[in-house]
Each structure stands twice: as C-alpha cells, then as structure tokens.
Design a protein around this ligand. Structure first.
Ligand code: ZN
Length: 276
C-alpha cells in the first residue's frame, strides 16, 4: 500500500478534467492551489500559439507532463492509415512546441477488421512515427483502454498487450500510460506493472474512479473515492516499480463539468489527498 499523499507536488490535472475552463483559467487556478503538473489536451490549444502557451504554463510553475492525444492508427485502407500518421506527426510537433515530453496514444480500432489486424497496424503506425518522435525528443506512450472501447477506440485493452507492443518496438521513445480506469479490473495488473517497470516502459499514471452504475461509456468517470477502485493499492504497485512521476487526474464527467469548476477543483484536491 502506498503512503498517504500529503502535498500536491506530484498532482497533475488534465485540462479535460476542468473542460468548461479555458486552459489559461485552469492553469491559473491549478497554480494557485500548488498543483505540480498539467497534461494538455490538444483541443485546449485550439487557436493559440502553442509555444507561448507552454511558456505561460511554465511561468505558473506547472510542469507539462503530457500532450493528449495521438493514436487512432488503424484504418481499413492505406489512405486512412496515412492520414493517421500525418496527424500523429502533427501531435509530436505540437508536443515539441509546447515543451511536453510525451504524447499519449489512444491507439484506435477500426470496425470492419479484426482486433489482431488493428493491433498490427497500431504497432506499424507507432514504428513509423519513431524517427519523428526521436527528432522532436518526444516519447509516445501507449495507453491500454478498457475492453468496452475495443470496438472503435482501442484494440490495445490490457497492460499485457501494451507491454508486448512496447517490448517489440524496443525504443527509448516508446512507453506506456497506465490509467486505472482502464486497467483496475485485471487480475494480472500487478505482474504486468512489474514487467513494465523492469523494461523501463512505465511512463505515466492516470487516476480517477469507476462508478457503478456507469451512466455513460465515455463521460461518467468518477472522482477518486466515488467508485470502487482501490487507487492507493494500485499506486503502491506502480511506485514499487520505481515510478516517481505524476499522479494525473483525468476525469471526463458530464456531472462534474456541470458544477462550478472552483468547487470541483476543491473536490479534486480533497479527493486526491484522501483517496489517491
Ligand atoms: Zn488516461
């Protein structure tokens, strides 16, 4: 079991968690609270000078942890796969401009072809991005998604599959983002975390909670303590591998987005200290 968290230095919040706020407002409010890091979703950068935005975040003492997201490699035809590669090159360029060391990959799946074929295309797609990633100094982190998203969002659904892929690609520019929402149910999770750690592939750690019932497949994540995940136990497993990175709060929630975001941010901080 991990030790209780007593400060916010390793707390990172995803911009999508406080989606009703523009990135400038989120950054100011996170910074005021003493939150240590921020993960930036690409939609939050729309219409902005990305390098200037990166500078603004650093000036507020926020460490830029990741850019979310690239991926969606599989497609039924070559044209679609090429378009996906070009979008991933753009994501890498945006991360470099922002000063983010990682691009998180939601790997994709194409209805109409097998998951095995989609996985093959994902691995080939990541391989085709590696020169670009290396030149930019940006790591590509594979995020396995819960099997309920296997139809169209990701054919990578377990940490074992992500480990297989990262080990096959064998590059310092490939890592894995472990999100407890997607992986908490897996009886093999602890073993696979150890494996990821041993191979130097455990790059990011995302937290929230799993609610029962879940009212929306995408936008009903719980804040830590609202659901049934033993977050502290899993954080303990993650940290026992030597991971010292951020605990990234990533909550998509129609319910929380309706709240006053100041009140919600107070709840995030409180939940982080009590339940993470
Ligand atoms: Zn995540």
């Amino acid at each position: 079991m991990a030790k209780e968290l007593t400060d916010l230095s390793r707390l990172c919040i995803h911009t999508i968690t406080t989606k009703p706020w523009p990135i400038e407002k989120s950054a100011q409010e996170f910074s005021k609270k003493g939150v240590g890091g921020i993960t930036v979703w690409r939609d939050a950068l729309q219409g902005r000078n990305i390098a200037e935005t990166g500078k603004m975040l650093r000036e507020l003492n926020l460490e830029i942890v990741s850019l979310c997201r690239g991926g969606f490699f599989p497609a039924l035809d070559q044209k679609g796969r090429q378009a996906a590669l070009e979008d991933n090159f753009r994501a890498i360029d945006e991360a470099e401009a922002l000063g983010a060391p990682m691009v998180v990959l939601v790997c994709g799946a194409a209805p109409g072809q097998s998951l095995a074929e989609s996985r093959k295309q994902i691995q080939e797609g990541i391989a085709a991005c590696l020169d670009h990633a290396k030149a930019a100094g940006v790591k590509l982190t594979i995020e396995p998604l819960h099997p309920m998203y296997a139809g169209d969002r990701s054919a990578v659904n377990t940490l074992a599959q992500a480990n297989d892929m990262a080990e096959a690609l064998q590059s310092p520019w490939v890592g894995i983002a472990v999100d407890i929402y997607h992986l908490w149910w897996d009886a093999d999770l602890q073993n696979q975390l150890i494996r990821a750690g041993k191979n130097g592939n455990l790059s990011a750690f995302h937290i929230c909670d799993w609610k029962t019932p879940t009212l929306d497949m995408l936008n009903d994540r719980g804040l830590m303590g609202e659901g049934c995940i033993d977050i502290r136990q899993i954080r303990g497993w993650v940290e026992s591998t030597g991971f010292t990175g951020f605990n990234e709060v990533e909550v998509f929630s129609n319910i929380h987005w309706k709240e006053d975001q100041h009140v919600f941010l107070d709840k995030i901080v409180d939940a982080y200290l009590k339940h993470a």
